[in-house]
Design a protein around this ligand. Structure first.
Ligand code: PA5
Length: 445
């Protein structure tokens, strides 16, 4: 279960001001439902949870099983929306250390195609040398340089190491139905493939095979994940009154804070497993709202780790920030602080207490300190970390993002700004077709 608490923003903005967004939020929600807003050709994610069929889930699970049976390691090749959702869920639910253990229940999931680090790829391919590994090549366009480059290396290594026949079994493509190099390669090679629907943008694709297949291979229950998302889809439905729709309230609150000069939203967690949920969230909100010279800058920290680095800035730096804290109510394991006779560290006052109790007091103490220091605080309370609650959380952030973007007045579903660097990079690398741009860019150097 997920609940939203905006109480600790109310010294900075008023509840009335948040509720004044009711008609805008309702109009935004209706525009999503009716497909009448900007970017309405990319609304396929809206009812994705409730429209996933049992056959689709079974197909994903069967493919996951083939990969699980034949691979010790599976490399997810993708960037941005084509890997962050899977990584967010897998890291949130995984034991932080099983990948180091000799005997493993599940394949180790590694990531490539999300950077152009030569050392990273050298080390990854080196690590894979004696491993039975498989690859999921994820690219909606099928032409993303980072992903294509990593896949070229991994495909060759997989074929050389495991033979062409086995490679066909353990390489899976998730891409467009018809176009792009990834589709052509998959069809030519006879890889198992899944389709990313045309009307679902990368950052909204976690509940398509893009997210679901890697998550299933990692050993998690994709049916429960989808069930959580389905329930949140209902909770945030078009007929839900504003006051009962957590996504609408979140969207209204952050827009009101933005109007009041809070230009940066820091997503905070007190559980290191949520680091990649924040990475996913940063892309979702950054790419959706940062346009037309507008938009909250989405930042993220892991507490209490970053209280020892960024804590100073948050407490006393420029007052243009607010925090949204993901608070996990109940942890999955129990560990108490032992008593120590010498008590040299002076920690015997904690003896017998749960480690999580210490963490919760760090959280509460930080919230009060930051509010005192001028930082409004939104809390999203997640009852526990499970497939179900993560499914709820993902859909909550997606629908809130759609509503928030429409309130802001932008098209939350395009990303024209991401092309600029690609054009320059291709010109600098002398890609065929970029001759004019190459000449022009060299003249500037
Ligand atoms: O949200 C987006 O559109 C981007 O992050 C893309 O997902 C990312 O650039 C990868 O694109 P593609 O899946 O076409 O390789």
């Amino acid at each position: 279960m997920i609940t939203l608490d905006i109480q600790k923003t109310l010294g900075f903005i008023s509840k009335e001001a948040v509720y004044d967004y009711e008609s805008q939020a309702k109009a935004a929600r209706a525009a999503l439902e009716n497909g009448t807003g900007k970017g309405n050709d990319f609304l396929g994610w809206l009812h994705l949870p409730s429209s996933i069929t049992a056959e689709q889930l079974a197909d994903l699970k069967a493919t996951a099983q083939v990969m699980r049976e034949n691979c010790e390691v599976v490399v997810v090749a993708g960037i941005g929306g084509s890997y962050l959702g899977a990584r967010a869920v897998i890291e949130a639910l995984s034991n932080s250390f099983t990948w180091l253990q000799e005997k493993k229940e599940n394949p180790v999931i590694l990531y490539a195609g999300h950077n152009i680090g030569e050392d990273y790829l050298y080390e990854l391919t080196g690590y894979l040398k004696d491993k039975k590994f498989g690859v999921i090549n994820i690219s909606k366009s099928g032409t993303t340089t980072e992903t294509a480059l990593a896949f070229r290396l991994l495909k060759k290594q997989c074929e050389d190491q495991r033979g062409k026949e086995m490679a066909k079994k353990v390489i899976v493509a998730i891409t467009d139905a018809h176009k792009g190099a990834a589709r052509v390669t998959a069809d030519n090679e006879g890889y198992k493939s899944f389709i990313i629907p045309d009307n679902v943008g990368g950052r909204f694709s976690v509940l398509t095979p893009v997210g679901l297949l890697p998550i299933a291979i990692a050993g998690f229950d994709i049916e429960r994940l989808v069930a959580g998302a389905v329930d949140m889809e209902k909770t945030c439905g078009v007929d839900t009154p504003f006051a009962e729709n957590p996504a609408a309230i979140y969207a209204a609150t952050r827009n009101e804070l933005y109007k009041n000069g809070k230009k940066i939203e820091i997503l905070v967690n007190y559980n290191p497993k949520l680091h990649y949920v924040s990475e996913w969230w940063k892309q979702l909100y950054g790419e959706s709202e940062g346009k037309e010279h507008k938009g909250i800058f989405p930042a993220a920290v892991d507490f209490s780790t970053d209280l020892h680095s960024m804590g100073q800035w948050i407490q006393e730096g420029e007052r243009t920030i607010f925090e949204t804290v993901i608070s996990v109510e109940k942890v999955n394991h129990t560990l108490t602080v032992p008593s120590d006779e010498a008590n040299l560290d002076g920690l015997n006052f904690l003896a017998g207490k749960r480690v999580d109790e210490v963490n919760k007091m760090a959280e509460l103490g930080t919230q009060l300190a930051h509010v005192d220091g001028g930082v409004p605080n939104i809390r999203i309370v997640v009852s526990d970390l499970s497939e179900y609650t993560i499914g709820e959380l993902l859909y909550f952030f997606e629908i809130a993002c759609g509503i928030s973007g429409y309130i802001l007045g932008v098209n939350p579903f395009d990303q024209p700004g991401v092309e600029a660097y690609k054009k320059n990079m291709f010109a600098l690398l002398d890609k065929p077709g970029y001759e004019e741009e190459s000449k022009a860019i060299r003249a500037r150097l």
